[in-house]
Design a protein around this ligand. Sequence first.
Ligand code: SIN
Length: 537
Amino acid sequence: MVRAERRPLIIGSGIAGLYVALRAKELGLRPTIVTKSRLEESNTRYAQGGIAAALGPDDSPARHLADTVRAGAGLVDLAAARILTHEGPRRIADLVRYGVPFDTVDGRISLGREAAHSRARILHAGGDATGASIEETLKRRVLEEGIDARERTVLRALRPGGSDGPVAVLSREGGKGLEVEAGRPVVLATGGAGSLYRESSNPSIATGEGVAIAFRAGALLTDMEFIQFHPTVFARDGAPRFLITEALRGEGALVRNAAGDRFLVRAHPDAELAPRDVVARAIRRELDRSGQSSVFLDATAIPADRLYARFPTVTRFLATYGIDPARDMIPVAPMAHFMIGGVTTDVDGRTTIPSLYACGEVASTGVHGANRLASNSLLEGLVFGERVARHLLHPTAGGPTPPDLVLQLPLPVGSGLPEERSGIERVRSTLWDEVGIVRNAAGLRSAVETFEQLGAKMEPASAREVPGPVANAALTAYLIARAALRRTESRGAHFRSDHPRTLPSWRLHIGLVVRRADSRGTHRPPTRVKRRRESSG
Ligand code: SIN
């Protein structure tokens, strides 16, 4: 029988989860993937633009690093970003080895351009089907390798397991009982929380429960206030939300208002290719000014054959709404897209709980600072996934350094009331209305109150019971709002109309941890003395 510590439990099946599983298997471990939907259903699958890596003849990891740092608005963790950009090309080679069919020109990988990248460095596959291509390839390899994959199985809680690490409590969809997995390392690769916002580019599975479950167990979180909004998501009333990739702007598409004016030229010298937070905010301002529900992406200057060949996913989708981007304007608006913060990890994916790892969107390595550079997220899943896999093979003690400011927050003791669908809708509209692209104290306070009230109803009444999806959603939303309220400045993706300036004194990360008496987990004590520590709530 293979020992439990050599049988990691990997929660989630996006790029990070599948890649960790494959590498762990190659290294001689016996991983199990647990995923709440089908193996291939993940946020990764919907990524269009691509994956960034310094592969061009005029590029270098140092340039990629410089762009990542510049976009991150003063908060990028330099060590993590150096690892991301310098190890990135080797991880791309792994994807090629696994069979990801990246697009090529004359036998060389074709590199696209995206906002705030100083070089063409975005690899893509199937034109704009990059995520789907990667996901399908990794899934196929997982099945070929015979890796144990448990679909439609949900992580419900992490319970203290002493020095053996967390005990994962799982349940099968539709099944009544709970299954307990003890003594196995747990890798959270549960992805982001975009669909907790009413308006989002994310699939409905992106509900952020990894963050809520880790927080309840006592793990430290950081940077939860930084939610990235993608500037161009399809915005026709009554139609599904659908990402219109930034790569279109990289190819020359322009953003116009209803009068045809390119208002972005007044927002930033790089206009359409300015950092994502700048573009998203400028569009939001324009929508508020005009009272319209969308602005327009104008791709008509891109030759039609190039448009259809390079963007088959987008052009096919638009055709179902009678839009031909070679001729017509595309209605777009900014919507929630990516959770920059999450479960705090070091560069080996270790969290503050022994044997609990996190990687991909659910993790907070500090690599994105306050504003993620486009197409760095798939790369993050690979680069830190590799380090997690190696660490699973040769675990050592240690973990992340806590940030300068840590808020200790109480966990609401709930009444354990049955959850209602309306609870999720309340979370989604409150996050969008009060914790969106532009925030202020009054709105954030009211959001915090709303999420506290929901938690007080839906959190379990005792630590023996497991929370449901609405309790998880309310808690994740509460943590986002709580951090956003505390950061009384504007930086990167976090903009406060009541504190519009970026302040040097706020060049720090905000950590969140459950107040000790409430912790239901094994929280490793901080490894360093914090310079500022607050108790709140
Ligand atoms: C896009 O294709 O515009 C999304 C890429 C990303 O979020 O990194």
